[in-house]
Structures are given as C-alpha cells and as structure tokens.
Design a protein around this ligand. Sequence first.
Ligand code: BES
Ligand code: MN
Ligand code: ZN
Length: 492
Amino acid sequence: MLTISAQAIKPLTCKTDCLVLPVFSGKHISHHTTGVLASLINQLKKRGDIEGNVGDVLLLPHVESITADRLLLLGAGDDKPLTRTQYLTLLGHIAEQLAKMKAHDAVLLLDEIAVEGHDIAWCAERAAQKLLNSTYHFDTLKKDKKKNALKKLIWHSDKADKAITQALVTGSAIAAGMALTRELGNLPGNVCTPSYLAEQAQHMAKQHKNLSTKVLDEKQMHTLKMGSLLSVSAGSDQPAKLVVMDYAGGKKNAAPIVLVGKGITFDTGGISLKPGAGMEEMKFDMCGAASVLGVMHTISTLQLPINVIGVMACAENMPSGGATKPGDIVTSMSGKTIEVINTDAEGRLVLCDALTYVERFKPAAVIDIATLTGACVIALGNHASGLYSNDETLGEKLFDAGMQVEDKAWQMPLWDEYQQQLKSPYADIANVGGRNAGSVTAACFLARFTENYPWAHLDIAGTAWNSAGSHKGATGRPVPLLVRYLIDASKK
Ligand code: BES
Ligand code: MN
Ligand code: ZN
C-alpha cells in the first residue's frame, strides 16, 4: 500500500528513488533549485531540453552530485497560477512517470506551485488523492497479480504544518474510498451479488467505531410493503437486500444526511431484455451503491463529526417465469401504484422504496446516487454527473463540491412540465416517460417519492465507469464530490 506524508526535505542530499521538481518557464526559479541543481536546470533550459511549459516532462535517470537516484522535472508554466485542470494534468504525469520507472518512493517538491482559487492544502489533498488513486489496479480475479513498486511518497513542507498533514490524510482517505468503490464496481455480477454487497457493509462496520450495519431481507421488505423494490428481484435467484449503514460521528440528536445508492448487481433489463452487445457493462449498475460504501469508508476513516446514513438498494434484474412483466402494476411502500411499462427502468423502482424508507430518519438531506439512464450519458457524456434537486441550496452545495474536487456534476431541471410524461391511465404513475428527456423523467419519477425532505439525485451513468481506454473500468466517482460535500456540512 502506498502512503503519503509531509516532511521537510533537503533536495541536494535526500535519499530517494525519485526527486520531483517543478521548472518554471518565467522568471521564477524554485527555491529548491540551488547548487548543482541550479546550474543543471539553467543548462537544460538554455539547450531547450525543458522550457518549463505546463505539460513538459523530463526524466533524468542520474544526476551527478545529488543523492536522489533520479530527477523528474515538470514544467510548471510562467509565473501565473495554474488552472485546476493544468495542476491535475501535472499530477497525472507524475503518476505515470513514477509507475513507469518502478520507483519505490519519491519526494515531491511541489509546495511552490500555485493553483487558481486554491490554497496549498488543496494542492496537497489533490496530490494525495490522485497519486494514491492512480496505483489502483483490478487484478483480484487474475492468476498473476501486478505488484505496485511505489510504497512511499513525501510531500515536502518547510515547517510542520497541521493543515498540510490533514490534507494528505483527507486525500488518502478519499483515494481509499474510491478504491473500494472501484473494486466493487469491477467485480462481476456472479461475485458481487446483493448478498455480497451486504456482507461488505457488515464487514466494514466491524472495522470502524461509530459505524453499524443492518441488512433487511426480502421477508422484512415484504412486511414494509416494498412492492416496487421486490418487483425487480422477482425474476432473480439472488434475493434483494436493503443495506442500512449508520455512521454516528455527530451530535446525538443532529439530523443525519442520508445517501441512497442504486445497487443493481446486474441489469439484463428483465423481460424488457437489453440487446446483447455491451451488456457485460451492466455489472456496473451497482456503482451508486458502491459509491455509498466508499464514502462511508472514507468518512469513518476521517471520523468526520457528522451523522450519515448510507443505504444500498440491492437487487439483480433478470428475466424468468417469476419476473415482473411489462404492464404489471406494483404498489410501492408509499402507497402509490406504478405501471411497469418497461422492466429495464428498474433503478427507479428499487430507489423509490428506499427513498420512502429513509423518511423515518427525519433526514437533513437525502442524496441518491444511481447509474440511472443511458439518456444522461447522451446529455452530459463522461464529464459530468447529472444533478437534480428539489432544494436550491442543496443543489448548489453539491455543484460546488463537485467543482472543488474536479468531480463535476451539472444541474438539470425538475420542472412540472416533464411530470406529464409519467402519466398512466391504469396506475398512479408509469415507470417510464418516453425517449425524450429520459434522464429528466427518471429524476421526476424519483421526485414523486421525495417530497418530504430536501433531496438531490446524481445520475452517474456516464461517470461511474470508463468503457474503453487505459482506464477502462470503474472510476470511483462520485466519491470525491460526496466526501467534499460531507466535509463542508460537518463544519457547520
Ligand atoms: N442501468 C440502466 C442505465 C444505463 C444504461 C446506465 C447504459 C449506463 C449505461 C438503466 O437501468 C436502464 O436500463 N435505463 C433505461 C431506461 C429506459 C428503459 C427508460 C435506459 O436508459 O435505456
Ligand atoms: Mn435497466
Ligand atoms: Zn439499471
């Protein structure tokens, strides 16, 4: 496991596999650049080997008369602060280079890099999050495991600085929560079943004080009249589970923030069967639930002074003789009846009952997280999660949190006009509203069940995993956004 800590470092005489140093293109010269380093960098700049522009990377495998084994130089631009994106790209280059050279440890002399609108603690937190997260690989189910060489990072800090130390702890805890979310997302549907997710939550409760887990089985859900949730698992041999994690870090009587995750461990579409091509990706349909688990891990590790309840609504969506059919009408826990026009719109069916269930906690706010609609991917692509809220302040806070940690969400409308699309001649509401505005009408469906508390919905269909490329697989989003929001909330 990789760790990161703060320490004051002497660049010329420290022993490390790799010294990471910024080179500025403007007048500014890093105060770490003294002695042999100063003349070396002057020479490199003169020869044009590195100019110091953002994006420049130069690895020197050996430098005479310094004790570090390698020197990694990174362009840090002219004397202007970097944009958030530039800084994160720079961190990406560091991660890439350290992995390639198989360094065991590295020293980061990044304390002079300024980022627009952020302080140095933010920079340290992002470095911890990004560099630790970059060492995650999914090889749990491979015979040969890939070992990470990198074990230890040091963030240079002139003086013992509490804010920096805390930032590194926070960034590391976010990365750990993301790793858990990614791991569960990447596990296939035959391993990661509703029961498996429930076990993970129970296991986690044993590791942290202040955290307890309760698992409701189908019999208990039946007693609670969760006819909508149970209609989704009806076609599956895997029983549904409603997992309730209670983190009590705040004042005893303080109203909790409730997170509700969609936990469809595999979505075939049910009787409204999905096309075969790409269906394997529907193992990721529990990434909302996995992000709830990831966040619970992070906040328990950080011992945030806040009360949070994490709920995972878990089921498998399968076709069978017992499966729910198009046209079936089910009764939700709220008492509202639902005409199931399309059994592939199952996420909202499990969520609506979970959202009614959480009323009992008298929540300060409820946020659900779901890989809910393909339409959201069409609308926003892979860059932003869809954000909906019935409460302006809550919507703004979540938007801001996403921007702060570069885990963006973009607000979409919940206007009444869209509710018309969910009318049913046979039941109180239909579970689909046609092709137009598919992400919006899905959110509108949930809004019918969340009138009694401030609520927000994150549609993470486009952000929870990458379909291709070198980063194929679960991303760990929106753990950073949610943790940022909860840290801010815990300060009030
Ligand atoms: N899990 C899917 C949504 C999804 C699809 C996420 C592709 C990511 C990529 C969800 O259960 C679903 O099937 N939604 C349907 C809704 C439709 C039937 C109204 C969809 O988006 O097609
Ligand atoms: Mn579906
Ligand atoms: Zn689904």
